[in-house]
Design a protein around this ligand. Sequence first.
Ligand SMILES: [Zn+2]
Length: 390
Amino acid sequence: MPEYCLIFDKDFSLVGFKNTHILSSMRLIVVVSFFLVSGFAFTNKLYAQIQKPFTVVIDAGHGGKDPGNRGNNYYEKKIVLSIALKTGALLKNQKDVNVVYTRTSDSYITLNGRANIANKAKADLFVSIHCDAHNSNAYGAGTFVLGLHRNQDNFRVSQKENSVIFLEDNYEQEYDGFDPNNPESVISLVLMQEDYLNQSIEAANYIQQSFVKNLKRKNRTVKQAGFLVLRNTYMPSVLVETGFLTNSSEGAYLNSKRGQNEMSRAIANAIMQYKSSLDGTLFNGLIMDSSSTANENTDYIEDSNFIKYRIQIAASTKKIETASYNFKGLSPIIRKQKGSLFRYYYGEFSTYNDASKAVEKVKSKGYKGAYVKAFKEGVEVSITPEMKSN
Ligand SMILES: [Zn+2]
């Protein structure tokens, strides 16, 4: 946890502040006042008010060798990672919020490993993010807390999410003989989270309301089921099923940049509402910071099955805000970092032809070296003759 220390220049005017790492889990809110003692000497006093930040663990389900569900050929692991990172990015802009991720890349983490991360962080809330799948046309978002499933459908969701333990070598020992396929097995899980049940339901309600009110997602309500990932966390814990990848329109929505931005915003808003309900502060909506808006984390949010074309207009070691006024009025601009180099791209086109036409416009603005690049799932790919003729 950072401790803030203020930096002054020779004239005792505040020029900045920097992080140090002396105290753990404490944050100092520093009030500075100056007292003029004589014409040549100053003293200043620091009044510190100590307040613990709200720590939330954002858990992107699945990852690595565990792809999650593959409804409509999407990858649950990719979609939930994108939503998780965007949610975290929004929360990091808020006051007194500390964000911990269980994973920030395509890596495999066991269910107990996720709980351990949350416990180690002494988190105030654990939020696990998933996408559902069903062989019907089912759609809608649902939020779960740990408990006894009341019906077959709730059991089905937990069974699907719990079955990832079969990828672990010693799952029988690790999960005390828990059998994801046996509905009775759940009873052994429930006691562990009982202390946190009310608060978990509270948090889940904020999330579910946010989906329904803000995004008009179909309300699958707050439910209880035996999710292993929620068993060993010592804090209020919820699992979010953001929607069904198997439903063609909901799957496309969740796989799109817009869907992921909206879902993450809804989750982040709900988490802030929950936090405010605990500390009695007023919450007026998310604070946005243009340098870290969700739109800019582009590396995880590409639609998986399509090639996209962008026009590279500049590369620089300088990190420039992607506002249009920095780029001769061009918008949208995205920035991608590779090593110490930032590349700046204009637009997003679904065909090479459209992108080529736009290159002329970009060149006429003064970016003489502009050219088209192709991306698949956020990764640059070379442009083939087929792409050009398509
Ligand atoms: Zn899942």
